[in-house]
Design a protein around this ligand. Structure first.
Ligand SMILES: [Mg+2]
Length: 328
């Protein structure tokens, strides 16, 4: 075999590695360490400059996780499964999906959250100190905004202070797109079809936090990029759900934005433990809370709501709520 033929596979590998280093190639993968996101940010900063890089992050089981099982992402997924598949289950906390959103809103209001890794707020700050913008994209709906911002701040995150400028973004709740003229929103008609986009539901985008009410995150990020005063050349995206990681990676690739998309698995042990554990304890906790709230707040002859989140659950969804949220 001629020398060249013998070394050809090695040369091909070296060439591929060199090309990927030069191009700063996009990638998606799993990780349990947020530090990998910081490394990816550093790499893009070296290549494109900090002003051209965004760190884009999910909230539930990424920036924050519930202190206990009640109200956690995994608890919501379980309850959602029961609503649609075992509607007569005695463990259900609500009669239907809207009722479940009411309960989730209440638990977000009352509950406390923590970062999955203790130094996660410091790691986000490190990227912000380097001049990288932070953008948060959550499946939660706008009805949960106050509780969401409170818990982000309590955990030590400063999102608003490092949000990418979006002076064109509407205030308050708004419809992210109209299907009839989807190209005006940064999404090609062929992509709308591919993403399976349906009639849009209201979202909100303020202080660097986009509350998407369970809609396609890839499409939502494309919409956000249309509002950006200075769109990025590269983003690092972190989310615990594979479908969101794939969708954002796919959407960015289609628009020639470098993207390192990481499925963040730091909370996976808690999710798996909850999935297989006896649910009686968490159900009992909810019953005690429900009973105490009823006793304290119910007026004679009235079925009074407990707070604003319960009164106005419209378009809200917890992070776990998939496209089914579209139905309400
Ligand atoms: Mg999540």
């Amino acid at each position: 075999m001629p020398p060249f033929r013998r070394f050809a596979p090695l040369l091909t590998l070296l060439a591929a590695g060199w090309l990927s280093a030069v191009a700063g190639a996009s990638e998606f993968r799993e990780t349990e360490r947020f530090a990998d996101a910081v490394t990816a940010v550093d790499s893009y900063v070296a290549q494109y400059g900090a002003e051209n890089v965004w760190l884009v992050v999910d909230i539930d089981n990424t920036l924050l996780a519930m202190q206990g099982d009640l109200g956690s992402d995994q608890w919501f997924e379980w309850q959602e499964y029961l609503v649609f598949n075992e509607p007569d289950s005695p463990e259900l906390v609500a009669e239907d999906f809207d009722g479940l959103l009411d309960v989730q809103g209440l638990l977000f209001t009352l509950g406390k959250m923590r970062p999955p890794e203790a130094d996660l707020p410091a790691m986000v700050k490190k990227t912000q100190d380097a001049g990288v913008a932070t953008f948060v994209i959550t499946s939660r709906g706008d009805a949960f905004r106050a509780a969401t911002e409170r818990e982000l701040s309590a955990a030590g995150y400063d999102i608003a202070g490092h949000a990418p400028a979006m002076s064109k973004a509407p205030q308050g709740e708004f419809l992210p797109y109209e299907l009839s003229c989807i190209e005006n929103y940064g999404i090609r008609p062929s992509e709308a079809k591919l993403f399976g986009l349906k009639e849009a539901r209201p979202i909100s985008l303020e202080g660097g936090v986009m509350m998407t009410a369970g809609q396609h995150k890839g499409a939502m990020l494309l919409v956000a990029l249309e509002f950006a005063d200075h769109p990025p050349k590269a983003i690092v995206f972190v989310d615990d759900h594979a479908r969101h990681v794939h969708r954002i990676y796919d959407a960015m690739s289609r628009h020639d934005i470098e993207c390192t998309a990481l499925q963040y698995k730091a909370e996976d042990k808690n999710v798996a433990r909850f999935r297989y554990c006896d649910k009686r304890e968490v159900t009992e906790k909810w019953r005690r809370l429900e009973s105490a709230l009823k006793e304290v707040f119910t007026l004679p002859g009235a079925d009074a709501p407990v707070d604003e989140a319960v009164e106005n659950p419209a378009h809200a969804t917890a992070d776990a709520a998939p496209e089914r949220a579209a139905s309400h």
